[in-house]
Design a protein around this ligand. Structure first.
Ligand SMILES: [Zn+2]
Length: 286
C-alpha cells in the first residue's frame, strides 16, 4: 500500500496536470474499478461529464478530486496496485487500463486509472461541510496537516488504554501513518512499539510527533523530485521511494545508533522492527 508521502506526490502531480480541467467524458473499461460507486458505471460517467476538477485534496492516505459546482468528489482508492497516470491521448492503452477521463481542452493529455489487481478504483461521493467525501468523514487529520491538533492527540493518547504503535495506526486518532513510518518514528524516538500510551508525557508525545513528521517529510523530499516530469506515474505497489530506512526491514542488521542487531516481531498480522537495546520492552505494571 502506498503511504502518505507517496499519495501526496500523486496529489501534487494531479494538481499540476489535472486541476482546473473540465471533464469531457469518462470511460469505464472494467466495472470492478467503479464497484464502490454504488449507482454503477453509467451513473459515474454521467455525473463526471461537464464538471471542472478542483484542486486535488488528501487526508492521510486518502486522495480525492473535488468536482466544482457539484458538491461531490471523486475518491481514488489506489489499493495495492492502483496508478493514476496522466498520458498523451496517443499513448497505447495500458494492459490494465480501467478508467479513462478525457478533458474538454486543447491539452493533449488524459487521466487514466490503471490497476493490475483491481482492488482499487474510483467512486463519487457527496462532500461533507468540511469538503471531505462523506465516506471518509471519520478519518482524523494527518500529522502534516497544518490543522492537526497536537494537544488533542496527546490527550487522546492519555485517555486510550492502548499501546503506542496501535495508536499511531489508528486512523481515527491520526491518519496516514502506516507500518513503515510507525517503525521508523518509534526507532528515532527510542520507544518500544508496545509502550502503553496512558503514561505518555506531553514532551514525549511532542517528540514522537516530531519524528513522525520528519520521516514523512524526508520521504516527501525524495519523492518530490520525481513528480516534476510530464507524467504522473506513481505505482501503488512498487511506489515506495528509494529512501533509507533505519528500522523497517532491517532484521539482524546492526542498529544504526548502537550496533545491536535489530529484531523483528510479528505484530497484528504485520511485523514490527526495533532495536532491543534502544527500544526497551516496557515493564509490565499491574
Ligand atoms: Zn540501538
Amino acid at each position: 500500500m502506498p503511504e502518505l508521502p507517496e499519495v501526496e506526490v500523486v496529489r501534487r502531480g494531479l494538481e499540476r496536470w489535472v486541476a482546473q480541467r473540465t471533464v469531457a467524458e469518462a470511460e469505464v473499461l472494467h466495472p470492478r474499478a467503479v464497484r464502490r460507486h454504488v449507482a454503477g458505471a453509467d451513473d459515474f460517467t454521467h455525473r463526471l461529464k461537464g464538471h471542472r476538477v478542483g484542486v486535488p485534496m488528501r487526508r492521510g492516505k486518502y486522495l480525492w478530486l473535488p468536482l466544482e459546482d457539484a458538491n461531490q468528489s471523486i475518491l481514488a482508492h489506489l489499493g495495492m496496485s492502483g496508478q493514476l497516470l496522466v498520458q498523451p491521448h496517443e499513448a497505447a492503452d495500458e494492459k490494465h487500463l480501467r478508467i479513462r477521463v478525457r478533458f474538454a481542452d486543447d491539452l493533449d493529455t488524459e487521466l487514466r486509472f490503471v490497476d493490475q489487481r483491481t482492488f482499487g478504483g474510483l467512486s463519487l461521493h457527496d462532500n461533507t461541510e468540511d469538503g471531505l467525501p462523506d465516506v471518509i468523514a471519520h478519518i482524523a487529520r494527518d500529522p502534516l496537516d497544518p490543522l492537526f491538533d497536537d494537544e488533542a492527540f496527546h490527550q487522546a493518547l492519555r485517555r486510550k488504554r492502548s499501546t503506542i504503535k496501535r495508536a499511531l495506526l489508528d486512523q481515527s486518532l491520526i491518519s496516514g501513518v502506516g507500518n513503515i513510518y510507525a517503525d521508523e518514528a518509534l526507532w528515532r524516538a527510542r520507544l518500544h512499539y508496545e509502550r502503553p500510551t496512558a503514561g505518555f508525557t506531553r514532551p514525549r508525545t511532542t517528540e514522537l510527533l516530531g519524528h513522525v513528521r520528519d520521516v514523512m517529510n524526508a520521504a516527501l523530499a525524495v519523492g518530490g523530485t520525481s513528480f516534476d516530469s510530464l507524467y504522473v506515474n506513481v505505482n501503488g505497489e512498487s511506489g515506495y521511494f528509494d529512501r533509507s530506512l533505519d528500522a523497517y526491514g532491517r532484521e539482524g542488521l546492526p542498529c544504526k545508533r548502537c550496533g545491536t542487531p535489530m529484531r523483528r516481531r510479528p505484530w497484528m498480522n504485520r511485523s514490527s522492527y526495533f532495536c532491543p537495546k534502544c527500544q526497551r520492552v516496557p515493564r509490565v505494571s499491574s
